[in-house]
Ligand binder design. Structure first.
Ligand code: G3P
Ligand code: CA
Length: 251
């Protein structure tokens, strides 16, 4: 009998650098995104807010207090003031002088093949949706972007206004059925971004069968990576993209 040849496709999850490579460089700075890119990330994750004068600012927290030498709420500060903050020294003196980036600087810095997962933290600013969508529509940025948020109403609104936009649902809830939740929204969802401990093998299988990507956050340890790989997630968000890349080479 003729031998049956079956091609076994082993697919690795993509490596998504969390706030760049936040384990090894000051989070959400150009130094962090550069390092994540050099370490072979396929995608980087970052967080955005709107400054008082309507600029898209890359920062996780609502205020400057934790990560910089300044204080105050981003939404009530002008961008030229925000730019005075040192976003590197608190991580390590060797990063002194790193600035809080404008979103366009990250797009300009990274090679086009590196995708960008923009997490919207605060969409309350005046005309936030328009500011973000106008930014993404320029320079083919939509093609390399996935916008995620814990605010699913915002994602639905953005998707309705811009059908080309890829949206990712972020959640820390222990959902009864992940793919069913996405289907309930009755819009095309690109990816699920569950907390990494909250997704199991059956959920992952159903989500992939439904055509969804699964990008759990934020897994930093080999045992966590191994579990996620074994259930078939399509990407892993990590503070250590270099280590994850190395780990994927060894499994
Ligand atoms: O986007 C995944 C993850 O970053 C969500 O949580 O608090 O790190 O922004 P947080
Ligand atoms: Ca985030």
């Amino acid at each position: 009998p003729e031998e049956i040849k079956q091609e076994i496709v082993v697919s690795s999850p993509i490596v998504i650098g969390h706030r760049g490579a936040a384990g090894e460089a000051p989070e959400n700075t150009l130094a962090s995104f550069k390092l994540a890119a050099e370490q072979g990330s396929h995608m980087v994750e970052l967080d955005i807010h709107l400054s008082e004068d309507g600029r898209l600012i890359v920062c996780h927290d609502e205020t400057l207090d934790r990560t910089t030498d300044m204080s105050g709420a981003i939404c009530s500060l002008r961008s030229d003031v925000i730019r005075e903050a040192d976003a590197g020294s608190k991580f390590s003196p060797s990063f002194a002088g790193e600035r809080i980036p404008f979103l366009e600087e990250v797009y300009d810095l990274l090679p086009e093949q590196i995708e960008i997962n923009v997490e919207v933290k605060d969409s309350r600013g005046t005309q936030f949706d328009e500011v973000l969508l106008n930014f993404l529509r320029a320079d083919n940025r939509l093609d390399r972007t996935v916008v995620s948020s814990f605010d699913h109403k915002l994602l639905l609104r953005l998707k309705q206004a811009e059908p080309e936009l890829r949206i990712g649902l972020l959640y820390a809830a222990d959902l009864i059925h992940h793919a069913a939740y996405a289907a309930l929204l009755e819009t095309e969802v690109w990816s699920l971004h569950p907390h990494h401990e909250l997704i199991g093998a059956d959920d992952a299988e159903d989500a992939i069968a439904a055509g969804l990507h699964i990008y759990p956050y934020t897994a930093n340890h080999p045992a966590q990576w191994d579990r996620l790989i074994s259930i078939g997630v399509t990407g892993i968000i990590t503070d250590f993209p270099g280590r994850l890349k190395e780990h994927l080479r060894s499994v």
